[in-house]
Write a protein that binds this ligand. Sequence first.
Ligand code: AMP
Length: 169
Amino acid sequence: NYQLIHLSTGDMFRYNMKNGTELGKLAKTYTEKGHLVPDSVTNEMLKDEVNRRLEKKPKGFIFDGYPRTKDQAEVLTDFLKEKGMQINAMVALEVDDEVLVKRLLERGKSSGRADDANEAVIRERIAEYYRKTDILKEYYQAEDKYYGVDGVGSIEDITKRLSGVIDKL
Ligand code: AMP
């Protein structure tokens, strides 16, 4: 709809894990425990991918699952500034933790993702979120860029809510 390039750091790690690259082997030691991959690794991977995609002069990007720590957010801000770009919005799908646990267990039946299969790992991912990612709400609120979207409902309704935010931007 918006001709933005969708970049998911989770997809990038899964691609590397599937192909058994050194990056994939390293990432696996963290993802299988429900922990975040270290910032230095994640930031370099993301920057390389953005640089590669910029060659085609896209209108912009949707970063999915990135940034997930304050350090990542700061690195991203500086990196985009160097390129003459900026973050316009952080769009967060808001869903209660217990609903998330149920959803991820359900997704685990078909996703083949080791980190979806086990409730203990799912709960560790949520704990990791509160330890490292939750702070980004305040970080982007301070810049007036935080948009919370109710993530409970039908896919169609949630899509409308997300489009509503992006249309206003
Ligand atoms: P996701 O598909 O976004 O849920 O990501 C799956 C897993 O990949 C996460 O649990 C982390 O281990 C790793 N990962 C994805 N994005 C990041 C990120 N921005 N920073 C660190 N680790 C990440």
